[in-house]
Design a protein around this ligand. Structure first.
Ligand code: ARG
Length: 456
């Protein structure tokens, strides 16, 4: 395509090294979509006759079909998807096909194609992400009245509703929806018409092609348009934070399903066995979800490092932006396709979960807050309850095993309702602050979550 200036053929090794077909052949349909928008604009401003535009458009549609059916195979010497499509057009239409690329460079073309392609990807990711949110809401509804141990520092802290626990992950993934929306907003501008870097001497109507292709507006600066990959950084930011969230959930489930915690049972279909130890049931799926997080974050870092130090404007380094992107999208999609079903099939051993409450120590804060309600300054209440906890540990007694008489002598400030409210269910029920774990607060949160999904 550029042979005019060159005295030598491109070395075969160079073609193999510079080609990007392994990365961009999947963009063919979006590339053709962009070209058809370009053609419509060229006709609009009179650079193509109506009949010419019609013939080019028809041939492009045919090429789309040829590629989809596998009839047209890419040629490596034509370097990338853009040149392959254009070469096929010229093969079909001769000199008329050679008019397609007027006013355009592969630099603005690839930036446009990528945005068109990502629209579809983001639509799918968004649906799958909402599927995960639905699975978490369903679990939260089913497990709202189940009481489990809440941890800080991975030390037993206070009883919480299992529904509240699932809703914590719901909130994290809900923020990922917002981040994906931001990535989607970032691709809603058309770089087409920026040319190689400076625009064009031809009377292109960039606003027209932007509209034609369904973008809200054309990009504002041609130099920036062909250089910037912020819109991909936005995707990678979404993906990395999502992967961190999935990893934290996976790690929790691995722990809770281990024999030491033991109150959560993973579905057999989502576990694997040991080649040697017959009793083993390993949470490999969850481990891999956790394990793939590093790669997803790595793809973000990969692009950041590629961009760091690039001069303005387009540089061929940018071609590599696709490699990590495809890998990242594939990983995020695989995690999203597995997690909802896995969550749906988890079983809970409530009896085992309740064992953690036997020594009553998770109710120590409840004792202290009870004293506060009866006028004891919190620091004093904390100290007194702490001493009582020490005594329980020494005497191997449960904190909620004292009779009212015993409480009277131990903590004269204690009210007579203390013994019966000292249990894990009431500890959850009474934490009614907004965003707290009380069962009816969780019901509200689930209702709000459902509204968010149905409005979104
Ligand atoms: N295939 C390239 C890419 O994906 C676009 C080609 C631009 N090449 C060039 N020499 N200006 O970035």
């Amino acid at each position: 395509m550029w042979k005019g200036r060159f005295a030598q053929e491109t070395a075969a090794a160079v073609s193999a090294f510079t080609q990007s077909l392994d990365l961009d052949w999947r963009l063919a349909s979006s590339d053709i979509e962009g070209s058809r928008g370009h053609v419509a604009m060229l006709a609009q401003v009179g650079l193509l006759g109506a009949d010419e535009a019609c013939r080019i458009d028809g041939a492009l549609a045919e090429i789309d079909g040829e590629i989809a059916s596998g009839l047209l195979k890419p040629k490596e010497e034509l370097e990338d998807v853009h040149m392959n499509v254009e070469a096929r057009l010229i093969e079909k239409l001769g000199p008329l096909g050679a008019k397609l690329h007027m006013g355009r460079s592969r630099n603005d073309q690839v930036a446009t194609t990528m945005r068109l392609f990502l629209r579809g990807e983001y639509g799918r990711l968004s649906l799958e992400l909402k599927g995960l949110l639905t699975a978490l809401l369903d679990r939260a509804e089913a497990d709202r009245l189940v009481v489990i141990t809440g941890y800080t520092h991975l030390q037993q802290a206070q009883p919480v509703s299992l529904g509240h626990y699932w809703m914590a992950h719901f909130e994290a993934f809900r923020r990922d929806v917002t981040r994906l929306e931001a990535a989607r907003a970032a691709i809603d501008e058309s770089p087409l018409g920026a040319g190689a870097l400076a625009g064009s001497t031809l009377p292109l109507d960039r606003a027209f092609s932007a509209r034609e292709l369904g973008f809200s507006r054309p990009t504002r600066n041609s130099l920036d348009s062909v250089a910037q990959r912020d819109y991909l950084l936005d995707y990678h930011h979404f993906a990395t934070v999502f992967a961190l969230h999935a990893s934290r959930l996976a790690e929790d489930l691995i722990l809770y399903a281990s024999q030491e915690f033991g109150w959560l049972l993973l579905p057999d279909a989502y576990c694997t066995g040991s080649s040697m130890m017959p009793q083993k049931k390993n949470p490999d799926v969850l481990e891999l979800i956790r394990g793939k997080t590093g790669q997803v974050a790595g793809h973000l870092v990969d692009l950041v490092i590629s961009l760091k130090g690039l001069p303005s404007t387009y540089n061929r380094d940018l071609q590599e932006d696709k490699r990590g992107l495809w890998a990242s999208i594939a990983t995020v999609e695989s995690v999203l396709s597995l997690l909802p079903d896995l969550l749906n099939h988890i079983a809970v051993d409530e009896e085992r979960a309740a064992r953690a409450f036997e020594d009553g120590l998770l109710l120590a804060t409840d004792v202290a807050e009870h004293l506060v309600e009866r006028g004891v300054p919190f620091r004093e209440a904390h100290e007194k309850t702490g001493r009582l906890v020490r005594r329980c540990l020494e005497e191997k007694r449960a904190l909620n095993s004292f009779s009212l008489e015993e409480w009277r002598s131990l903590l004269p400030e204690a009210g007579e309702d203390l013994p019966e409210r000292l249990n894990a269910v009431d500890a959850v029920r009474l934490r009614r602050t907004f965003g707290g774990t009380a069962f009816d607060r969780v019901a509200e949160a689930i209702g709000e979550g459902r509204r968010f999904l149905s409005e979104g």
